[in-house]
Design a binder for this molecule. Structure first.
Ligand code: HEC
Length: 144
């Protein structure tokens, strides 16, 4: 039992040395960021920006493996898929595609459940979901 415990501790220490580059905070201009009414901005910032913007707030434990591996993967993937910080540079077609996907995404899998386990404040209330859905639907309508 004691040996197993020592082994686990050693593995835990060992994995801290796996090289890892955490996605950095990328400077971006405010005017490139998504435009939305203040209440919507606040919801997106609170619940989506950690993965879908260039400005991720990393809690201290996010630099400790294996949490750091998930964090890195989610932020990298999230930004690659849809980045609210570079929204203005997207073609209308792409914006439209995202706006149409957002209501479905927040109904099913966004923010990611594993993220919500740690970030309780990011959970969307029914009112939040309704507001974001209405905003995305209206914004999509304006683009069409
Ligand atoms: C913990 C990180 C994380 C958070 C927080 C998060 N997302 Fe995501 N999101 C991802 C990842 C990773 C993907 C790509 C993989 C997938 O679709 O599951 C994604 C994909 C998406 C997509 C699909 C984009 C495409 O290219 O098809 C939409 C839409 C989306 N997210 C919306 C949101 C919204 C809206 C919020 C906030 C309410 C949010 N996400 C919060 C990580 C996150």
């Amino acid at each position: 039992m004691k040996k197993l415990l020592i082994l686990i501790v050693l593995i835990f220490i060992g994995i801290q040395f796996v090289p890892m580059d955490v996605p950095a905070d990328v400077p971006s201009k405010a005017e490139d960021s998504i435009e939305a009414p203040e209440n919507i901005q606040a919801i997106l910032k609170r619940s989506c920006f950690d993965c879908h913007s260039n400005h991720t707030t990393f809690p201290w434990y996010s630099s400790i493996a294996p949490v750091s591996w998930f964090t890195k993967y989610h932020v990298k993937e999230g930004r690659e898929h849809m980045n609210f910080s570079t929204w203005a540079s997207y073609e209308d077609e792409k914006k439209l595609k995202f706006l149409q996907k957002i209501p479905k995404a927040i109904k099913s899998k966004m923010p990611l459940p594993s993220y919500l386990l740690i970030h309780k404040e990011a959970k969307l209330s029914d009112a939040d979901k309704e507001a974001v859905t209405k905003w995305a639907t209206d914004a999509a309508f304006d683009l069409e």
